[in-house]
Design a binder for this molecule. Structure first.
Ligand SMILES: CC(C)(COP(=O)(O)OP(=O)(O)OC[C@H]1O[C@@H](n2cnc3c(N)ncnc32)[C@H](O)[C@@H]1OP(=O)(O)O)[C@@H](O)C(=O)NCCC(=O)NCCS
Length: 164
């Protein structure tokens, strides 16, 4: 199913699937959001080729203000949230939640059964968001992304999940 541009309020914000034209700006934004672990251009390009309409961007009057990437395993049963970020200027306004909710809705439509996410142990904003969406911590992995980069693994079961 294709989901087009959805107007999401007077601020000129909408969540939509990424396009090829977004890639350069997406890479710049990703570097700002995740300065310690940014995707190189080639990696984001390849993720775009693989996941396209599960790569969502927050469009603020034509400029990117956030993004989320959902990657489903080949058997279709499990998805990993590979990225979620909102630029500092518009944090705390519900856009992270909106990106997640829209992505999770698509995954539910796809028949995905469980969604996994990794988050740095001290990332209170992200942990709070994921917990409020129904994610539960299932593991704490030391050096998950390399030396010193521990991650909590969180999981949610998608069937029966519902959000307004
Ligand atoms: C995590 C992030 C995407 C949240 O986006 P956001 O648009 O600011 O979040 P929202 O406004 O949608 O808030 C949703 C929920 O997150 C939680 N939250 C947001 N900011 C928070 C904070 N500073 N402290 C604690 N909880 C917070 C709350 O549970 C909030 O729900 P509420 O509005 O009902 O209280 C954003 O902070 C971000 O981009 N951070 C940097 C990148 C990053 O760490 N990404 C996550 C990688 S796993």
């Amino acid at each position: 199913m294709h989901h087009g541009v959805r107007p999401t309020g007077p601020a000129g914000m909408s969540v939509r699937s990424a396009t090829e034209q977004d890639l350069s700006e997406l890479v710049r934004m990703d570097h700002r959001l995740f300065p310690d672990m940014p995707y190189p251009y080639f990696a984001l390009r390849q993720l775009f080729e693989l996941y396209r309409d599960r790569l969502l961007v927050l469009d603020h009057d034509g400029e990117l203000a956030g993004y989320a990437l959902f990657a489903t395993t080949a058997d279709g049963a499990r998805s990993w949230v590979l990225a979620l970020g909102v630029v500092p200027g518009v944090r705390g306004l519900g856009y992270g939640r909106r990106l997640m909710a829209q992505g999770l809705r698509r995954l539910a439509d796809d028949g995905v059964r469980e969604v996994m996410i990794t988050v740095a142990p001290g990332n209170a904003a992200a942990c709070g968001l994921y917990e409020s969406l129904g994610f539960v911590q299932v593991d704490h992995r030391v050096d998950y992304f390399g030396p010193g980069a521990d991650r909590l693994i969180m999981r949610m079961s998608l069937p029966g999940w519902h959000i307004e």
